[in-house]
Design a protein around this ligand. Structure first.
Ligand SMILES: [Zn+2]
Ligand SMILES: [Zn+2]
Length: 233
């Protein structure tokens, strides 16, 4: 772009750039880069930002009961996987009674069963599922056998169901997709929906943000290999 073009554009930039917020490790207060790791405590729906040393030091699985102390924290992994063979019938989805076409599923080690969560303009909505309705549908993917409690989730996007809820234009074009993602990615999606959603149908900005989120997940996700996970059917 020419210098004149930039100057011409600048006149329309009324909003000042957002101040740079320095993120810090919630455990040792070290400065963090924009992309950093997180810790969770089972049963809590909150993330703690963590520097690399703290993610290693405070991970209960690594420290174990033989460690100097048991922290109760778990480090959120950074793997993304996609099940290329994933299919889901409408009946199996309907049995879950989730009113929208995007949801994530997690195992909470402090409770029985599976939690189904979906983003909404008010934040994340949670519902507890029986293992049966889960196993017959979303849980049939081999990804479910890899899922680590508390720190990972199965993220499902279904084709649009007629324009209600958070179903949007991009969902129309795709078949059901299922990813294994770190739980902090789900928090990112929940935050995007909460902050961009406008009115009844979300609006173009919300849909662009959600499509961008899924494009990023697709780019990070590696397809499940035939030797990964246990066949469930
Ligand atoms: Zn730290
Ligand atoms: Zn963070």
């Amino acid at each position: 772009m020419s210098a004149g073009g930039v100057a011409g554009l600048r006149r329309f930039l009324v909003a000042r750039p957002a101040p740079v917020v320095v993120e810090r490790c919630d455990l040792c207060a070290a400065e963090l880069p924009g992309e950093h790791g997180h810790l969770v405590r089972p049963g809590e729906r909150a993330l703690r930002c963590a520097c690399r040393p703290c993610s290693l030091l405070f991970d209960a699985e690594r420290v174990g009961t033989d460690g100097a102390f048991v922290t109760g924290y778990r480090t959120v992994p950074d793997r993304y996987r996609r099940d290329p063979a994933f299919t889901l019938t409408d009946a199996a989805w309907d049995a879950l009674q989730i009113p929208v076409s995007t949801a994530f599923f997690l195992l909470d080690s402090t409770r029985d069963g599976v939690l189904a969560c979906y983003p909404s303009p008010a934040g994340a909505t949670e519902s507890e599922l029986g293992m049966d309705s889960f196993d017959d549908g979303v849980g049939a993917t081999r990804l479910a056998t890899l899922l680590r409690p508390d720190v990972e989730a199965l993220l499902v996007r279904r084709p649009r169901d007629g324009g209600t809820g958070i179903d949007g234009p991009a969902a129309l074009r795709c078949v059901s997709e299922c990813f294994l993602v770190p739980i902090d990615a789900c928090y990112r999606l929940v935050g995007l929906v909460r902050t961009t959603w406008k009115g009844f149908d979300g609006g173009a900005a919300a849909w662009a943000a959600i499509d961008g989120f899924f494009a990023d997940v697709r780019a990070r996700a590696r397809d499940l290999r035939p030797d990964e996970g246990v066949p469930t059917r």
